[in-house]
Design a protein around this ligand. Structure first.
Ligand code: GLN
Length: 445
């Protein structure tokens, strides 16, 4: 069925970079044999999944949507890839994205942009746009994405599906091609909250291969989906419903809050006063980390290698040819911010601002169980509308970035339509309290 959907829709949606049809068929055959032999079935038995193309898959091309890695075949699996295999999923293919996960519309893919299945003129969001569009179009049962500043939640919101960014450290980053290591997290994009809980169960947990992996007990996430939210305390930041947020988006979220109120929850307005500094802080820190992480792409070790004799020319030419404009912009910004004369003024300042933003969340969570707001200020915009304007593009992340800087979990769940396009509501929780986040989203859904 999935491949039938792909055949009918993929030439318009463009969610995948690499399809793994032969591999998927032989994996499915193995599962059939397993079934016949009476062996125990894995928890996600037979589900067709798509994996974002910055998560490595042994023997299956992994490009990060970059020309630099257009022929890169990893020799090992990411921890999440192995965990999914152990849960008996079938990998359908590798999903399109913004190059190296830098972007919010998928237009930075160096292959081709993904289109929103709800309206092909519109973007699916990014950077996990392929991951969101594939689920919305039935081209995978669920997918994995990565979220550094909103890249799971914002496309989930634009495509009318559920996207979860777990607490930093809950899911192993081993085998995720690093963009900004202190922010990157892998998470599931699914049709509903229950599926999200099942996938999280399969991929969460300590991994000695990731030095920032957290040693925490993993609860049973599905048992949290009780439907009960009576007495739950919800905080609604006034900064998340203020200027710049589309009126219809705001109305959808307020209606969703009424539903939760009807179920016995109470909500109050609060303030996260440092929200206005979040976008600048994020783009400084993320670009700084990216400039350092992407130094490994030198033309010697991986992928693209320019045809030149001299070593310095080789570095220079390989990087000039292999990277797209947005990636170069971030490397330049990050290198500048980290350079000795400017380090204190930019990088250090941004680290301090990050602490203040995190403290805003800590304070609110002393009194409230969850924070709720829209996932993005608008619904999906038209392809081409913002490509030439990086600053406007960066501002789309204003509601997802603070959560990433604080390292706490959040899920985007559909909460209506505005102008015919889906709207997403973001439920944000305390660190490692995915259970409450999922419980609230599930009760509303
Ligand atoms: N849109 C943000 C950026 O361009 C977020 C990307 C992400 O979360 N990977 O950095």
């Amino acid at each position: 069925q999935t491949f039938q959907n792909i055949q009918q829709r993929e030439d318009r949606v463009k969610a995948y970079i690499t399809l793994n049809e032969d591999g998927a068929r032989s994996a499915a055959k193995q599962l059939d044999d397993k079934l016949a032999s009476g062996e125990a079935r894995g928890p996600l038995f037979g589900l067709p999944v798509g994996i974002k193309d910055n998560i490595v898959t042994e023997g299956l091309r992994t490009t990060c949507a970059s020309q630099f890695l257009s022929n890169f075949n990893p020799v090992y699996d990411a921890t999440v890839t192995s965990k999914l295999r152990a849960a008996d999923t079938v990998t359908i293919g590798k999903l399109n994205m913004d190059e190296f996960a830098m972007g919010g519309s998928n237009e930075n893919s160096s292959f081709y942009p993904v289109r929103n299945p709800w309206n092909l003129e519109r973007v699916p969001g990014g950077s996990s746009g392929g991951s969101a569009a594939a689920v919305a179009a039935g081209e995978a049962y669920f997918t994995l994405g990565s979220d550094t500043g909103g890249s799971i939640r914002q496309p989930a919101s634009y495509c009318g599906i559920v996207g979860l960014k777990p607490t930093y450290g809950l899911v192993s980053r081993f085998g995720l091609v690093a963009f900004a290591s202190s922010l990157d997290q892998i998470g599931p994009l699914t049709k509903n909250v229950e599926d999200s809980a099942h996938v999280l169960q399969a991929i969460a947990g300590y991994d000695s291969m990731d030095s920032t992996s957290a040693k925490v007990d993993i609860p049973d996430y599905t048992s949290a989906l009780t439907g009960d939210v009576s007495g739950l305390r919800i905080a609604v930041p006034k900064e998340y419903l203020g200027e710049g947020v589309d009126a219809e988006v705001k109305e959808s979220v307020l209606n969703a809050l009424k539903v939760l109120e009807g179920l016995g929850a109470v909500w109050e307005e609060v303030s996260l006063p440092h929200t206005e500094y979040a976008v600048a802080t994020y783009y400084l820190l993320a670009s700084s980390e990216a400039s350092s992480n992407l130094a490994r792409f030198d033309g010697v070790r991986y992928g693209q290698r320019a045809d030149t004799g001299n070593l310095l020319d080789l570095y220079h030419e390989s990087r000039s040819q292999g990277f797209g404009d947005e990636v170069k912009r971030r490397i330049m910004l990050g290198t500048y911010a980290l350079s000795s004369g400017y380090y204190d003024a930019y990088y250090l300042k941004a680290q301090q601002a990050r602490t203040l933003i995190k403290q805003d969340f800590d304070q609110v969570f002393e009194k409230y169980d969850v924070i709720i707001g829209p996932t993005a200020p608008t619904t999906a915009f038209k392809l081409g509308a913002q490509v030439d304007d990086p600053l406007t593009m960066y501002l789309n992340d204003i509601l997802t970035i603070p959560v990433s800087l604080a390292g706490v979990p959040a899920v985007s769940v559909p909460c209506g339509f505005a102008g015919g396009m889906p709207v997403g509501m973001q439920v944000i929780g305390k660190a490692f309290d995915e259970s409450t986040v999922l419980r609230v989203a599930h009760a509303y859904e």
